[in-house]
Write a protein that binds this ligand. Structure first.
Ligand code: GLN
Length: 451
């Protein structure tokens, strides 16, 4: 009875779209057999992990939480998931997310909202959003349904949900993890990464997920460092920059206090704290919400009712009608909004006014960071401008939703490694996250600062 109640409680979070217990059990059996045979243990031997449903998994439905991909069973395995199976992990199931990873609350999923296991303790009783887009990953780990999960981060989708539920998550340098077999959102920004309860587990997961892949043209051909072995909480000699432009107007006092707490922690660990300037920060969010939809509108052109998933074929329809009907029925409202913004900013008449401008801004933002590295080795900021919000609170106002990404998108535009770690609780007892941003390829320092 207790077991059934626990299962019902877990199911009520709606974190998983598909359960694959046999996959996880097979990995556990393989780990047992290897141990019995005296073989060296694999780094993730028998560990049951959750797989964000944006990673193609051979023989297991992969939907990107969209209707248009419902029933799509990939005949291939994504590079990252394949690496995790090679490392001994097993798949507990495919995790819910915002549709095509577009969103910050997991409310755009075709398969329903994910619920955070956290509640406000200040009398509010509304169900809380787990953040997004990796909301299923966040909720499942926070509820202790699995010790770790994969996430993807285009503009904050690993870090913001990690912050909202009080766990850790790292987006590595762009190109560390192969994008091959990951359903594309905005290809110049998309990066896979791990989410887990602590920094050490993230380091172990990231090591297994990273590495060169000839099937992704932006994959970095570099050795994967031994991040776990390199973990150290001693920050002596490290300079941590506090970017003054992140002190945005109207920032809640508790976010200020969280930031100060983080500064104190890093100073106590031996770091030197310096103020730095990233002057173009305020243009990052508008640039991101032009570039990401532009790339999305192009990437999502492939869902035509012919090659993947669902098809709508009305009576007497010609090919054009079939495309229109399929895409009308298959994509949710947020995805359609992005496709329309994307095609608009890429259209002949507006391309230079929007897309080219946004690309220039992206270069300026990357330069801001490059100049900051003359003065510091790491940057410390809050992960998000607020704690988790209630389901429904921001859905009617896309701009309010987009504003929640204000601290995570700049490092995405610059392709930098960035991590969120738990920093404490707000007045309502909800978790708050601190973000550490590092130099390109310096995941080690980011992990160490988070430790
Ligand atoms: N919330 C951002 C968006 O909606 C980021 C999403 C992501 O990183 N996948 O685009």
């Amino acid at each position: 009875e207790g077991f059934n109640a626990a299962v019902a409680g877990a199911k009520a979070l709606n974190a998983f779209i598909v359960d694959t217990p046999d996959h996880a059990l097979a990995a556990a059996d393989a780990a047992d057999a290897a141990r019995a045979a005296g073989d060296a243990a694999k780094p993730l031997a028998g560990v049951p992990i959750g797989m964000k449903d944006l990673f193609c998994t051979k023989g297991v439905q992969t939907t990107a939480a969209s209707h248009i991909l419902e029933g799509f069973v990939p005949p291939y395995e994504s590079t990252v998931s394949g690496k995790l199976w090679e490392a001994g992990a097993g798949m507990l199931g495919k995790l819910n997310l915002d549709q095509f990873a577009m969103g910050s609350s997991n409310e755009t999923s075709y398969f329903g909202n994910v619920i955070s296991p956290w509640r406000r303790n200040d009398g509010g009783n509304a169900a809380m959003a787990p953040g997004g887009s990796s909301g299923g990953s966040a909720s499942a780990i926070a509820a202790r349904l699995c010790p770790a999960a994969t996430g993807t981060d285009t503009g904050g989708s690993i870090r913001q949900p990690a912050a909202f539920v009080g766990i850790s998550g790292i987006k590595p340098t762009y190109g560390r993890c192969s994008r091959w077999g990951v359903v594309a959102f905005a290809s110049s920004l998309d990066q896979a990464g791990p989410m887990a309860r602590d920094v050490r587990d993230c380091a172990i997961m990231l090591e297994a997920m990273s590495g060169f892949d000839a099937k992704d043209s932006t994959s970095l051909d570099l050795e994967v460092p031994h991040w776990e072995a390199g973990l150290s909480s001693d920050l002596k000699g490290k300079r941590v920059g506090i970017p003054k432009e992140y002190r945005v107007e109207g920032m809640p006092a508790e976010i200020e206090a969280l930031w100060q707490q983080g500064i104190d922690w890093l100073r106590d660990a031996g770091a030197e704290i310096v103020e730095v300037s990233l002057p173009h920060t305020r243009y990052a969010l508008p640039a991101y919400y032009i570039i990401a939809p532009a790339e999305a509108s192009s990437n999502l052109a492939r869902y035509d009712g012919v090659r993947y998933g669902q098809r709508e074929l009305p009576e007497g329809a010609n090919l054009q009608d079939m495309y229109a009907a399929t895409r009308s029925a298959g994509f949710g409202p947020e995805v359609k909004r992005r496709i329309m913004i994307g095609t608009y900013v890429l259209s002949a008449g507006y391309y230079h006014a929007y897309y080219t401008q946004a690309q220039k801004v992206r270069t300026l933002i990357a330069r801001d960071f490059a100049e900051a590295w003359d003065h510091c080795d790491l940057l410390l900021t809050p992960t998000a401008p607020s704690a988790a919000f209630a389901l429904g609170e921001k859905m009617a106002d896309p701009l309010a939703m987009y504003l929640n990404d204000v601290f995570t998108v700049p490092s995405s535009l610059a392709g930098l490694p960035a991590m969120s770690v738990p920093g404490g609780l707000d007045a309502g007892g909800l978790p708050l996250g601190l973000q550490v941003i590092g130099r390109p390829l310096d995941e080690q320092s980011v992990l160490n600062a988070g430790l």
